[in-house]
Design a binder for this molecule. Sequence first.
Ligand code: GDP
Length: 297
Amino acid sequence: MAFESLTERLQQAMSKLRKKGKVTEADVKEMMREIRLALLEADVNLQVVKEFTKNVRERAVGAEVLDSLSPAQQIVKIVNEELTTTLGSETVGIEKSPKIPTIIMMVGLQGAGKTTFAGKLANRLKKTENARPLMIAGDVYRPAAIDQLKVLGQQLDVPVFDMGTTVSPVEIVRQGLAVAAEKKNDYVLIDTAGRLHVDEALMEELKQIKELAQPNEILLVVDAMTGQDAVTVADSFNQQLGITGVVITKLDGDTRGGAALSIRSVTGAPIKFTGTGEKLTDLEIFHPDRMASRILG
Ligand code: GDP
């Protein structure tokens, strides 16, 4: 890591104070500054940082820190607990439909990792539940995306429904769902198009697909490296579509993953999975406590 961990920072800030024997509110303020800087370096959005430090501060000025023998550790503990709570306290799986198929729609910006995640999820469902998923190739603006999904399907032995790039995605989904009903697939994974930026045409199309498919899950796939931008993206997707969960990809990179904290705070939607590499097996269930430790460093 190129930057110091928050724990180290707080310990350094505190070491000057040890001799004084007692911690004052000014000292707590100094530590709050360190926490703010560390979170900003971890790419947490400014507004989220402000709210978060306010919560930590309220707890920190309480007696549990001021009277403590190791205030720095005490603050780290509070920060860790608050991070875990904000990130979601527990792991949440896929929301299943009472009757088959469970329909899962992947949304997000281009390059976030939607298509890859669709393959990873299909693989996981097959392995853990012996499921028979069908994947629908709805990203008609990026011909390579359809081929990519087909290749994944072949590797996994999972059928992929596609109609090339000349039919509207809504129609593709309509026909894909009919095939799934006929073949009695228990899961349908819909890969949708992304753009480089959130735009109205994209949202309109996704709304139509949602309307038609009535998915059990709308999972927003976000690249952990997008940092500050992640909030704006997550907020607009959530406002327009009402996302049910979040997938954070590329956590194998050296980002602290502050985007996770920002997205969770802004949307309130649970983070369900993390992507940790390009391979089909590089998928993990999200653990809030592990993410908290990562952000904390
Ligand atoms: P889409 O445009 O949202 O469908 O994105 P893709 O699934 O095509 O992924 C874009 C690029 O990111 C590809 O090169 C993927 O191999 C890569 N990618 C996806 N998920 C991960 C991940 O968790 N870790 C890493 N390192 N790369 C990933």
